[in-house]
Design a protein around this ligand. Structure first.
Ligand code: SPV
Ligand code: MG
Length: 541
């Protein structure tokens, strides 16, 4: 239970810091950024959900609706800012029943009249309700709660209402006696002076902990507040204000540039939002609960290496991000994969990996790309491999029918092989760099740079597929190769520096059937600058 969690936190920690939130997304951000609990701000909820002043204009049920959404999105406790309790004791009692039932850890009730006005609004001060009336609200709240852990904060606005320090202390003491679990002492002065005085005086007369909202004296830290005697510090509305500034700027920039691309440096990738809303688990749930559901494979594109052939074109980006008529190689690959029905696409980045940004595409970085080969890069995406995947090099362009043909075959590991037996297939690059392959029927029998064109009857296109079973086999073979740590691994100096073809040869040597998916056209690779020029010339769009 969240109220129990809150009590535990209060017991264990010197002080708590609450982040103010106004909806489920901002509450989640508060949680993810390490705050102890969420403050569901009446100021924030009124502004963001209805664009209305923080003045009891929203009803209790509207507030509760927003707070429920926030609380359901997070695993940490939430304290709801319940203004003045929305009326008299009857309203307070219903409010406590509803909030506790909704799993809210605690509420704050203030000694403002109904309707109230936000304590920070400029202009005249409000006349607070009588001390006895507020004590009645607290008693009503405490007698209504079911769990002993439900936390009720009594908030006094005496300093805000210019009623003086004595009155603030008198009220706080009365609310403590009425059963409050903590006192929120609010101030709108630009320095913490009156909070410092209040804390010092409270030490002598009060037992229950203090809460502060340092919006108007924002330079004080929660640690400093804690030293004064404040047990809970609330950073109440800064996240909301940050969102206004960020949204406004991005809207201005896009309007000026007349395209959404102007927003890119200032926004999170789509994936970030997909993750936050739980999209990645949707497919897993469908796999568990939808009859006949077949998980679509992912595609893993390895684009981690630095290619000196392309210097200085790749000075500020990896080769896969080089453009061909306005679209990068990677964007072209993603387009084709999506057209062939593959939605989950993962790119392994390395050299200039942070430049890989394609909406909806997950990027996994191989930080050790300088000292590792393509095989090690591929295994950086181990998690994404699990259910089977289509593999491709980051520098091949291919047509949709190639992927479609690959997806139709049933073997566990398949390589797309160009079977056009043309001796001039070298396309300008050195013969030794080509991935020659030999296939007998639908089975690849040899692959790698050690083959001469005469020993091969095809060329590996850099496109392959692994079924779920194929992944398990590949993982076992990879683990065994790593364990062996032999100096050489087929054509590579070590397993760590191995290419994909070295691994395919290892699978063949260990007796795995590697399917050959034969094609005669529909692909090209970009090994050399002249390949790049040819791809430009050939690209229709
Ligand atoms: C709120 O966040 O709604 C508060 C804190 O009540 S303050 O706006 O600072 O009064
Ligand atoms: Mg408020």
């Amino acid at each position: 239970m969240k109220s129990r969690m809150l009590r535990e936190l209060l017991r264990k920690k010197s002080h708590l810091v609450l982040g103010g939130a106004h909806d489920a997304l901002s509450a989640k951000l508060v949680e993810e950024t390490g705050y102890d609990a969420v403050w569901a701000s009446s100021f924030g909820i009124s502004a963001s959900t209805r664009l209305l002043p923080d003045a009891n204009v929203l009803t209790m049920t509207e507030m509760l609706d927003a707070v429920k959404g926030m609380n359901q999105a997070i695993d940490i406790p939430l304290i709801a800012d319940c203004d003045n309790g929305y009326g008299n004791v009857h309203n307070v009692m219903r409010m406590v029943r509803e909030y506790e039932r909704a799993g809210i850890a605690g509420v704050s009730i203030e000694d403002n009249p109904f309707p109230k006005k936000c304590s920070l609004y400029p202009g005249e001060r409000q006349v607070l309700v009588d001390i006895g009336e507020m004590a009645g609200r607290i008693k009503a709240a405490k007698s209504t709660q079911i769990s002993k852990d439900f936390f009720v904060i009594a908030r006094t606005e005496a300093l805000i209402a210019d009623m003086g320090m004595e009155e603030a202390l008198r009220r706080a003491k009365a609310y403590e006696e009425a059963g409050a679990d903590a006192i929120l002492i609010h101030s709108r002065k630009p320095t913490p002076d009156e909070i410092i005085t209040f804390c010092a005086r409270w030490k002598k007369i009060g037992r229950i902990p203090l809460v502060a909202v340092p919006t108007k004296y924002p330079e004080i830290t929660s640690k400093e507040l804690s030293k004064l005697g404040i047990k809970i510090a609330i950073f109440a509305n800064q996240a909301l204000r940050a969102s206004v500034k960020a949204m406004r700027q991005v809207l201005i920039d896009m309007r000026k540039a007349d395209k959404p691309g102007a927003a890119i440096p200032q926004i999170v990738p789509l994936d970030e939002v997909f993750r936050m809303v739980g999209q990645p688990v949707m497919e897993e749930n469908e796999a568990r609960f939808v009859k006949g559901f077949k998980k679509k494979p992912a595609a893993i594109i390895v684009a981690a290496g630095f290619e000196k052939n392309f210097w200085p074109l790749n000075q500020d980006r990896p080769k896969a991000m080089l453009e061909i008529r306005g679209k990068s190689i990677l964007e072209r690959q993603v387009e084709v994969l999506r057209a062939a029905g593959i939605e989950r696409i993962v790119v392994i980045g390395g050299y200039q990996g942070d430049k890989i940004r394609i909406p909806g595409v997950t990027v996994v970085q191989n930080r050790a790309y300088k000292t590792s080969g393509m095989l090690a890069s591929l295994f950086c995406a181990r998690k994404e491999m699990a259910d089977g995947f289509v593999f491709c090099y980051g520098d091949v362009l291919f047509e949709e029918h190639v992927v479609e043909k690959l997806l139709k075959v049933k073997s566990d590991v398949n390589l797309v092989i160009d079977r056009m037996p043309a001796p001039d297939r070298t396309n300008g690059s050195k013969k030794a760099e080509r991935d020659w392959a030999h296939a007998e029927g639908d089975r690849v029998t040899a692959i790698g740079h050690h083959l001469t064109p005469a020993q091969a009857n095809g060329e590996f296109t850099g496109i392959a597929s692994f079924s779920k079973h194929g992944v398990r086999a590949a993982e076992a073979v990879y683990a065994a190769a790593l364990k062996k740590r032999s100096a050489k691994f087929h054509n590579a100096p070590s397993v760590g520096r191995a290419q994909f073809t070295d691994f395919a040869q290892e699978l063949i040597d260990r007796g795995f059937k590697i399917g050959a998916v034969s094609i005669r056209s529909g692909w090209t690779d970009i090994h050399t600058f002249s390949d790049y020029q040819k791809a430009w010339a050939a690209a229709a769009n």
